[in-house]
Design a protein around this ligand. Sequence first.
Ligand SMILES: *[C@@H]1O[C@H](CO)[C@@H](O)[C@H](O)[C@H]1NC(C)=O
Ligand SMILES: *[C@@H]1O[C@H](CO)[C@@H](O)[C@H](O)[C@H]1NC(C)=O
Length: 130
Amino acid sequence: MKPFVQRLSIIIFVPLILSILFLILMPKETSMATYEVFGVKIEKNPSQSKLIELGVSTWPKWEGGPLKIPWSFEEEETMYILEGKVNVTVEESIGSFEIGGGNLVVFPKGMNITWDVTEPVKKHYSLKKE
Ligand SMILES: *[C@@H]1O[C@H](CO)[C@@H](O)[C@H](O)[C@H]1NC(C)=O
Ligand SMILES: *[C@@H]1O[C@H](CO)[C@@H](O)[C@H](O)[C@H]1NC(C)=O
């Protein structure tokens, strides 16, 4: 009877403790996956429920690259990059950063960048009209 009780407690408690640890650690990871550079908000691998809530799959699609063009955001633009890689340069003297597949990115209205697609991009985008 005793070994059975011991085995039972391992079967129950080990997974229980692991799932509690998982729940404690997960929210930190997801909030750390969102950051801001030069006023641009980047979220890495947003959840499916967030993408559905935003209606990302219904947004217009853009595909292109490799190409390098100056770009002005005349409206706030939210984009979800399905695949590819872009080197975004704010100004040579200010800096650059990379965005790519799995990133949900918000560019503020009025921002000027160089959009340098280093790996062909597929993205969905949404412009915020005021
Ligand atoms: C992005 O572009 C800038 C400006 O051309 C360059 O200095 C930087 O090295 C590039 N970064 C990457 C990761 O390609
Ligand atoms: C961005 O570019 C536009 C058009 O070239 C210009 O009118 C505007 O002042 C620029 N904005 C910034 C923040 O540099």
